[in-house]
Design a protein around this ligand. Structure first.
Ligand SMILES: *Cc1c(COP(=O)(O)O)cnc(C)c1O
Length: 386
């Protein structure tokens, strides 16, 4: 609290989960310590990312990987890699895509706010499929043949936003795209847990996969992972690293950047804007190791204990536990939007998951709740719910 008091900024109780707007989650002492230690030394950033690549490759089954400043940064870097390949001239010209592959194909029902990161590279998004199923009018969404139909010589990639309801299945998208020599970039930002999803999309044939580091992994708020094919990861890191160095002096780690295949060294790329600091890289890697060492079941037990304690304090009638990998407490109220606002504007300020507030449902996500906040949260909920 001290540092936020000094700044005159209130802390909040985050019952919404690891969302960027409410500052992600909190770090374990192990991750904070690693970041503090990392901050007291200097390293070569390319070497640090090569070290990260070994760990990420091991955890994801991908050929290579880098730490990014978030999943959205991973989408930008991944798209830039699919467009520019290993051509420094193309890297230098982005976001001007004249003469390059300048389209990506996306299923219409998968479009979302993060595709600005894709468009920032200069590509145009070509939408396919009618989300009839999503509209409630029918049963269908986009189909493989429609993706095939949209692919043409200007197609740089198919961008696929993974979720339980995403159609067509990823295997089908990969089959269609690879049959036409087009890579598939998967947004898997929020697909953890289960931890098995760290390997699942690469195993299904995705060429690049972006994860958020600040969500379930428990890394720094501004961190993420981009993993995938070695040549594409090399392109991504070349467009992300600071390259203020002479060709003759430049000795990047060959495991991440194969200098021999380059005709020259590009200037700072389009991804230099989403620079990632050494503390962030180290913090993400320590959090990632911790995430894979802990079982989904152990995590679930911790979350479940939190919502059960809350439910007990509210009295049995005030909410139902919705079980799952992340058990949640679901509370029905007469006016969900008003309840959210009262919680938000009270002391302490409480943020719950508002996505179903308009239907009169408050959802309490336990992932970012500190155990020492549960009593205060229960008290505020009792006051607001009456
Ligand atoms: C959270 C999220 C992102 C952005 O992740 P950051 O790490 O905050 O950049 C992108 N796509 C989806 C689907 C997300 O849920």
């Amino acid at each position: 609290m001290g540092i936020y008091d000094d700044l005159g900024v209130r802390t909040i109780i985050n019952a919404k989960g690891p969302s960027t707007r409410v500052s992600g989650g909190f770090l374990t002492p192990e991750v904070s310590r690693a970041m503090a230690e990392a901050a007291t030394y200097c390293v070569d950033m390319a070497e640090l990312q090569a070290g990260a690549s070994r760990i990420i490759a091991d955890v994801t089954g991908a050929e290579a990987g880098i730490v990014t400043s978030g999943a959205a940064a991973g989408l930008l870097l991944g798209t830039a890699a699919c467009i520019a390949g290993l051509d420094p001239g193309r890297m230098a010209r982005l976001p001007d895509t004249t003469g390059m592959k300048n389209e990506v194909v996306m299923v219409r029902s998968q479009r979302n706010f993060y595709d600005h990161a894709v468009r920032a590279t200069g590509v145009r998004i070509v939408e396919v499929g009618l989300p009839d199923r999503v509209a409630g009018a029918g049963v269908r969404d986009a189909e493989g043949w429609e993706i095939a139909d949209a692919i043409n010589p200007s197609t740089a990639a198919v961008v696929y936003v993974a979720s339980g309801s995403a159609r067509p299945a990823l295997d089908e998208v990969v089959r269609v795209a690879h049959g036409r020599n087009v890579p598939v970039l998967v947004d898997a930002a929020a697909q953890l847990p289960p931890a098995a999803n760290l390997k699942r999309f690469i195993a299904a044939g995705a060429d690049l996969v972006a994860y958020s580091g600040g969500k379930a992994i428990g890394g720094p708020q501004g961190s993420g992972i981009l993993c995938g094919r070695r040549d594409l990861i090399m392109s991504a890191i070349l467009q992300n690293l600071d390259l203020d160095i002479e060709w003759n002096q430049w000795a990047p780690p060959p495991s991440l950047i194969d200098k021999d295949v380059l005709v020259g060294i590009p200037p700072h790329g389009i991804g230099r804007t989403c620079k990632v600091g050494k503390e962030t890289i180290v913090g993400l890697l320590v959090a990632l190791k911790r995430f894979v060492a802990e079982s989904d079941e152990a995590r679930r037990a911790i979350y479940k204990a939190r919502v059960e304690r809350l439910a007990a304090q509210l009295g049995g009638t005030r909410g139902a536990i919705r079980d799952g990998l992340v058990p949640k407490l679901v509370i029905e109220v007469a006016d969900g939007v008003a309840a959210c606002l009262r919680l938000q504007n009270g002391v302490p300020s409480v943020h719950v998951d508002p996505s179903r507030a308009a239907e009169g449902t408050l959802v309490i996500n336990p992932v970012c709740l500190r155990d020492d906040e549960l009593d205060a949260l229960a008290k505020r909920l009792r006051e607001v719910l009456g």
